[in-house]
Design a protein around this ligand. Sequence first.
Ligand SMILES: *[C@@H]1O[C@H](CO)[C@@H](O)[C@H](O)[C@H]1NC(C)=O
Ligand SMILES: *[C@@H]1O[C@H](CO)[C@@H](O)[C@H](O)[C@H]1NC(C)=O
Ligand SMILES: *[C@@H]1O[C@H](CO)[C@@H](O)[C@H](O)[C@H]1NC(C)=O
Length: 252
Amino acid sequence: MKLVLRDLLFIFCAAQTIGVRIQSDPASSGGVIQTELKTTVSLLCQPEGSAETETDEELVWLRNGVMVSLKDDNKIGRSSVCVTPVIYEDNEATFTCHLSNNATRRASITLNVTYPPELSGSAEVSVEDSADLILNCDIWANPPVSSVLWTLNGSEVDLVAGRFTVSNDGFTGRLSSTGIERSLHEGVYQCTVVSPMYGTFSKYFQVTVTEKTIKFPLMPMIAGIVVVCLTSLLAVVARWRTFVKCFKSCKN
Ligand SMILES: *[C@@H]1O[C@H](CO)[C@@H](O)[C@H](O)[C@H]1NC(C)=O
Ligand SMILES: *[C@@H]1O[C@H](CO)[C@@H](O)[C@H](O)[C@H]1NC(C)=O
Ligand SMILES: *[C@@H]1O[C@H](CO)[C@@H](O)[C@H](O)[C@H]1NC(C)=O
């Protein structure tokens, strides 16, 4: 009795659900493959269900909805795709495999490419007295960084005393201040970023405040000269027009 029931169930399944299945290396979990930059991800798609009758099914791969071109011998019965090396743009890329004659029989898998923030080394920054100071730190990472901290000479920057503004758009952490003064703003700045996955990263900035130089306002003067020339030119053209008009009317 038990046996009959199982056989019936098998026949039912074979007739009903003939989908496709994706196997991957590294293995996926919940439809997501965890991977890192410069690694390799291999994907293999096969029809599932009643394997015997479906092995000559043609398969199609899509990456974010765009068809992946496959060699002819990599389409029938089973089809593999290799992502190598994994790049930033592969993060959240979805690979879908389906039967070429029935797109509803499909399976998908998404990549989660993790990478640390690219932050290291030091920079020398020289800013004129009274000018603006802007320091940037690249904080783009997956998973996103959990904190960005700015210090000056080893202590957390005093936002009020230094008239500092701190911003963070997910790509760049920025510390800025306007109208800087040597006594308040010169020193060693450091941005320290914490990645929940990759740890702590820092970058140093040696900021020097220099004497203000008096700049000769060259650009406004050039603009002034150009305007004067243009005006005289237009005046000449206008007068020439009246002259021609006058000349013509005289002739007639
Ligand atoms: C495609 O597959 C679905 C689900 O297996 C099935 O319901 C549908 O009838 C199939 N369509 C064609 C055109 O074979
Ligand atoms: C990607 O993996 C990281 C690290 O495991 C995790 O924190 C993050 O939530 C994952 N992102 C997605 C979209 O699954
Ligand atoms: C930071 O330290 C340097 C060197 O000791 C010093 O010249 C500078 O004034 C300090 N900056 C501030 C804002 O205290």
